[in-house]
Design a protein around this ligand. Sequence first.
Ligand code: ADP
Length: 263
Amino acid sequence: RGDSAEPVIPFAQPGSLTRVYAVASGKGGVGKSSVTANLAVALAQRGLSVGVLDADIYGHSIPRMLGSDAKPTQVERMIMPPVAHDVKMISIAQFTQGNTPVVWRGPMLHRALQQFLADVFWGDLDVLLLDLPPGTGDVAISIAQLIPSAEILVVTTPQIAAAEVAERAGAIALQTRQRIAGVVENMSWLDLPDGSRMELYGSGGGQVVADRLTRAVGSNVPLLGQIPIEQALREGGDEGNPIVLSDPENPAAVALRGVADKL
Ligand code: ADP
């Protein structure tokens, strides 16, 4: 390619067979990264070739959740991504020293994303998951510009207040004309030893977001699944061994695989 030309993003080329999902949430802490990491591993378990781009530049947690602090290597002009649990992954965390905070403005972010998409040797991916920062910021807009065919996956909790914020993250698709693949409700309930369910964060938020986005975009936006609160899910993330691997029959793992099957 010529040095003056825009970098070529393979996923944005006509005929690309890679399905790209941008995982979005209205606010932090709803489990967006946990869902992304588990979906990636679940899809890889099905034999698909999967990549994750940790575009949550400020809150990057994908390398820890996938249990690898390996750095990418450079081969000529390409960056070779580390592989963890059969998932190729690139994160800004791999390019910083220790826990140094990253303070980047929109244009720098855009440039970094462009490089991660164009200069990383992703190979022939079946699925690329992008872990977006929470909210409706620069990164979501950049992704829409760089890969217009990327679909949006909205993660929310059942809390109605959270659902309203999540709806905004999804509604960005109205402006960017991206397809919304669906909604994942996380932290839906806690299973108690007596067999009952405790709805710690209320109920109904995921369906509310799905219904409102359906009305807004004028086509069906499904609720793809409800993931219960499970200690093993949190531990799996902390230990770099996602629950779909560490405890595959756990209800949260079953629910996450159910979502992966619908993608
Ligand atoms: P986000 O990416 O939205 O900021 P994270 O995926 O980092 O959220 O999750 C925030 C915290 O909540 C993490 O410690 C994670 O392990 C925990 N967590 C997420 N989902 C669940 C769940 N279903 N059950 C238990 N803990 C969860």
